[in-house]
Design a protein around this ligand. Structure first.
Ligand code: ZN
Length: 358
């Protein structure tokens, strides 16, 4: 058995409020524990989106009674919440800016609102950016102009990682994450996954880009699942929403890469614990660890996963290393397929006990 620190996923969609038929703080954090994650950072593109005190109070209340692992919550940058954001900054793990179209109504279309957010954001968390292609160049420039710390979500192309490398080498305060699906799947897998199910943003990339991400691994700060559950019915519909579930398959995929010698164990721990903790200013979780059966192999079967969405793009894949036990703050939270942490055990490690200002 291999003992590792509790993993941190800095990018999950738990769909609460507004999409609880896909996932909620209960099933999403159960899936997290089953995957070896003891802390997750939840994205704000819910319905309604988390852009003001009322929506944040509602999401936090749901998380407080339902979450089984620890968590933080992002605030969304909208075009109408410029005045509210500075007051809410200390309650959230970061400000999320959507530069490109994805799931939900949050998208920064206005340049003046974008500038104002970059000018006003007080931290301490970074500005997390969904910024694909040319949008990436825009947020890198803004980070330099306004001396802001930014975190680039789900980098998927070689040229994007190259731009991030250049910015880092020039001293920009930029970090980035890559998802397991952009490291282990490519456009070559589209037909096997199926047209609706394969929809994801950023899209699966050509195999050359997947190779470029692996080659540029030293510039990748975190692995983040971008766990984005939608039901099978929705994925197989005429208008499939983009997103893959990923919490329960990430470690098996990445640990397989360790076994193949494509990553070291230290590479993995830095990107799934040390770096996300540092980037988002998260506290150490005492008496928290996971136990991995290094020799075990298992096949992904969606029916056995804890996520409510009921499918996986990795269905049928053989993964290496199985999470046997998870301890969270001194308590056995998961063991051999069974989630033991009760609903409400998870704590908001960012907002702690601070009230949200009215
Ligand atoms: Zn996302």
């Amino acid at each position: 058995m291999l003992e590792l620190p509790g993993l941190i996923d800095p990018h999950v969609h738990l769909r609460e409020p507004g999409g609880t038929h896909k996932e909620d703080f209960d099933t999403g954090t159960a899936a997290a524990l089953a995957g070896g994650f003891t802390m997750v950072l939840a994205m704000p593109n819910t319905l309604p989106p988390l852009v003001d005190p009322a929506s944040l109070v509602r999401a936090r209340a749901a998380a407080h009674v339902k979450a089984r692992c620890d968590y933080g919550i992002f605030l969304g940058a909208g075009e109408d919440n410029l005045e509210l954001v500075p007051n809410l900054a200390s309650q959230v793990c970061g400000l999320k800016v959507y530069m490109d179209q994805t799931y939900g109504p949050l998208r920064m279309g206005s340049l003046s609102a974008l500038l104002a957010h970059f000018k006003r954001w007080p931290g301490p968390g970074p500005i997390a950016c969904h910024a694909e292609g040319r949008s990436l160049a825009v947020v890198l420039a803004l980070a330099q102009l306004f001396d802001q710390r930014i975190h680039i979500c789900h980098v998927s192309l070689g040229v994007e990682l190259e731009l991030i490398r250049l910015a880092k080498q020039r001293g920009a305060q930029v970090t980035c994450e890559v998802t397991p699906h952009h490291l282990f799947l490519s456009q070559a897998d589209l037909s096997a996954i199926g047209p609706g199910r394969a929809e994801v943003r950023p899209r699966l990339a050509p195999p050359e880009d997947v190779a470029a991400l692996w080659e540029g691994m030293e510039w990748i700060d975190c692995f983040a699942t971008d766990h984005a559950p939608h039901t099978l019915q929705e994925k197989d519909s005429a208008e499939p929403p983009p997103g893959y579930p990923g919490l329960e398959t990430a470690l098996g995929l990445l640990y397989g890469a360790v076994q193949e010698g494509r990553l070291t164990l230290d590479d993995l721990v830095r990107r799934m614990n040390t770096n996300p903790r540092q980037i988002f200013g998260l506290p150490v979780q005492p008496e928290t660890w996971i136990e991995l059966d290094e020799g075990a192999t298992w096949e992904v079967r969606a029916a056995e996963l804890h996520s409510r969405c009921g499918w996986s793009p990795f269905e049928g894949m053989k993964l290496s290393g199985r999470v046997r036990r998870v301890a969270l703050r001194g308590r056995l939270a998961y063991q051999d397929g069974e989630v033991l942490a009760p609903k409400g055990y998870g704590q908001d490690l960012v907002a702690a006990v601070q009230p949200i200002p009215a």
